[in-house]
Design a protein around this ligand. Structure first.
Ligand SMILES: [Zn+2]
Ligand SMILES: [Zn+2]
Length: 231
């Protein structure tokens, strides 16, 4: 039988869904994490959802979590409803819902890899998701949003790059920074030959795959890049 090492956060996701022996371990993990009250309240669909988000985050190397308007929550199957007519006319009565004017909540959204909103949920579900998700992803070496953790990301996802001019391959944060036209900085310049990516040149291209960078250990605070030298 294969054996696995699970973190406390991962054990937590098995709560109530495993045999008695493993449940003992889950209970210990809950005590260590001291969030018994939270997990005790979370319905199974929330736990399954959090588990899926953890998998998604590992695959993507980053978790995009922000706010958005949500009219219908597919997690708890509730709608925010519609504006109601304020007066009676020939076509509708006062108090009747106007199907053309949906109401929405400010809920949470977890974006997919191409910034396509993948999962949206209402504020009630968000209240249950946040504490579980926070604990479940805490030990992952992935880019986590400040909205979830309360601190600047400790790791950054950096997409793989290839320079067509000199053949260099590396990742985005190894590219040299240039001032961006719209303000701020962008990593665009090949550290080996100086070719760059702009409106006219596509010598440096983003290719499949990524690495995650430890900000404190790997990012040079002077250049805001990961140092690269030819070995
Ligand atoms: Zn919901
Ligand atoms: Zn190059």
């Amino acid at each position: 039988m294969p054996s696995y090492e699970l973190t406390d956060a991962q054990l937590l996701l098995l709560d109530g869904k495993c045999d008695a022996k493993l449940q003992t371990e889950v209970d210990r993990a809950k005590q260590r994490l001291d969030i018994k009250a939270t997990i005790g309240d979370a319905p199974e669909y929330i736990r399954i959802f959090v588990s899926a988000v953890v998998q998604h985050t590992i695959q993507e190397g980053v978790l995009h979590y922000s706010w958005t308007e949500v009219h219908y929550c597919r997690l708890c199957n509730r709608s925010a409803g519609y504006h109601k007519y304020t007066s009676t006319t020939r076509y509708h009565t006062k108090g009747e819902e106007n199907g053309k004017r949906p109401l929405s909540w400010i809920g949470g959204v977890i974006w997919g890899d191409s910034y396509y909103p993948k999962f949206e949920f209402c504020p009630e579900c968000e209240k249950q998701i946040m504490p579980l998700l926070k604990v479940a992803v805490a030990e992952l070496h992935v880019e986590l949003p400040e909205k979830l953790t309360g601190v600047k990301p400790r790791y950054l996802r950096s997409d793989n790059q290839h320079c067509k001019k000199c053949g260099w391959t590396g990742h985005k944060l190894q590219l040299k920074r240039q001032a961006a036209i719209m303000g701020g900085w962008v990593h665009v310049e090949c550290p080996k030959c100086g070719a760059d990516r702009n409106l006219f040149s596509h010598d440096v291209e983003t290719v499949k795959g990524f690495v995650t960078v430890d900000v404190a250990k790997e990012i040079n605070p002077k250049t805001h890049s990961v140092d690269w030298s030819e070995s």
